[in-house]
Design a protein around this ligand. Structure first.
Ligand SMILES: [Zn+2]
Ligand SMILES: [Zn+2]
Length: 172
């Protein structure tokens, strides 16, 4: 879905639609779309700068990095991006360190589909978890240790725990 930068009206453009990406286009392996992503985007220009601001929502299924169980991963991400024409790309060396992430548009157009896909890819955590408390798979019984701990988890003997607590207290 390419937008001709020279045809963006003064008052800007509003886009509200579903994007049906093949799950294969996601960088994260094992992530699958449960329904198409939806995006509401406002595109405006300030001179040669193009501002793309909006929100993308999606329902995805991811795989827990600890217990390997699939779980639903909802995405609701807002973004506010500024693109400069690629002619300015040569000036990159003169831009400060903070500007290294500067985005550029090429051939007088911006592919909104690519922008949305990029935003989706940015939302994935490095280690997706089905729940904060996921304890992974028990090496002894093979059960998923999620909310309840399996019986194999040996409790720390009381004596050792209080010794440890005293040790930590002394260090303060
Ligand atoms: Zn898990
Ligand atoms: Zn177990």
């Amino acid at each position: 879905m390419k937008i001709d930068v020279d045809r963006i009206p003064k008052e800007g453009l509003k886009i509200s639609r579903d994007f049906d990406f093949p799950s294969l286009e996601l960088v994260e392996e094992g992530v699958v779309f449960l329904q198409p992503a939806h995006a509401d985007v406002a595109v405006g220009t300030i001179g040669e700068e193009v501002r793309v601001k909006g929100r993308v929502t999606a329902r995805l299924s991811s795989v827990c990095s600890r217990c390997l169980a699939p779980f639903e991963f909802p995405v609701d991400s807002r973004f506010d991006l500024v693109f400069l024409p690629e002619e300015l790309h040569g000036l990159k060396d003169e831009l400060g360190e903070e500007d290294l992430d500067q985005l550029f548009y090429r051939g007088r157009e911006i592919d909104i589909r690519e922008v949305i896909l990029e935003q989706l890819n940015l939302t994935f955590p490095a280690k997706p978890l089905c729940s904060e408390g996921c304890g992974g798979i028990c090496a002894v019984c093979g059960q998923i240790r999620r909310d309840s701990h399996c019986a194999c988890l040996a409790p720390v003997p009381e004596g050792r725990l209080s010794q440890l607590k005293n040790l930590l207290k002394d260090k303060r």
